[in-house]
Design a protein around this ligand. Sequence first.
Ligand code: TYM
Length: 378
Amino acid sequence: MSEENFKVTPWEIEGKVDYQKLIKQFGTSELNKQMLEKLRSKTKSKKLHPFFRRGFIYSHRDFNKILEDIDQNNFFIYTGRGPSGKMHIGHLIPFIISKWFQDEFDCNVYIAMADDEKFVFKDKLSFEEMEKNKKDNFLDISAVGFDTDKTFFFSDMEYIQKLYPVALQFAKRTTFSTAKAVFGFNNDSNLGQFFYPAVQVAPTTFEKKHCLIPAGIDQDPYWRIQRDNAEKLGYKKVVAVHNKLLPPLQGIEGKMSSSTEETAIFLDDDSKTVEKKINKYAFSGGQPTLEEQKKKGGNTEVCVVYSWLEILFEESDEKLEQRKKDCKSGKILCGECKKYLAEKISQTLKKHQEAKIKNSPLVEKYKYSGKLAQKMWK
Ligand code: TYM
């Protein structure tokens, strides 16, 4: 682990993440007010998405390059998912913001399903299981509602013929020691793991425009490999905006992960499951007794319930501010906030699950017959 006592790689998070220190560790930059104001002023809606407004998307690489002439539709979006299992609510975040960019700026969106990555990184994952996950994950992503003519879904294994020439170029320029330093590979890492990063960076060259990647900060090591080599290979350096990682139910510092089932909310959870998980596992900033809570108030800074409302489930800034005040003054109790959060999550999931069914015929368009998909297969 680093001297800061936490470690973030695309595959694991150890320790308590300090997001400000992570910016220094990774060498990225903080999104500042001027940049956010510029972005807001260029949107159709003249509004920033709450992820930006509330500092959840907080870091970037070269985002200025896109802001400079964003009016001229000078960028495309690329993001992705590794189909290791079913998706949880944190996984959806980069797709939600990608759709926001598409709505605001009419840009193309490319979505990778990194089946190859999960196969080489997950010891026990079989091809059969991965195929099942892939199908289900594509359906979840289609529920976000992308434009069928401006969006291309592909799986690495199916599209590899087109990705391979670019992947080879990046692979040839990336040494064993760089890969070890950037990704933490060691003598137990397999060959597939060493090559995979070259595949993940290949789609950054799909268009001659700037490629903007909205993704969790855990994915940043890939973009370092891309940025070190892109210009030498005649491509543009990738631009990235990074979201923080939605914490798990049990504490504010970690990352929601599918492997600890009870502390994640999955996109297919029903309202009873949601209620049970929130009541049983959600860490709140409350005091040990009711009297103390009323006297001293709660602590929103460590409260997962408040944090989830802030990140995903309370769209009204006024209501959020009021809740913070009422919590700190001891006017509301943790049980009330948990109930409110559970209702909000259930409403969101119900809408998602309905959209997943309704949009299921669109997956074929995103993959093959939509305008952009057809162009990509030519
Ligand atoms: P994967 O499937 O691990 O995660 C998909 C996306 O979700 C983000 N993420 C989270 N965001 C917020 N809170 C969380 N708790 C949380 N957990 C995961 C990840 O940062 C990621 O953006 N290697 C990739 C697949 C991939 C990809 C890409 C991702 C292929 N090409 C291009 C981003 C951009 C992966 O396994 O993601």
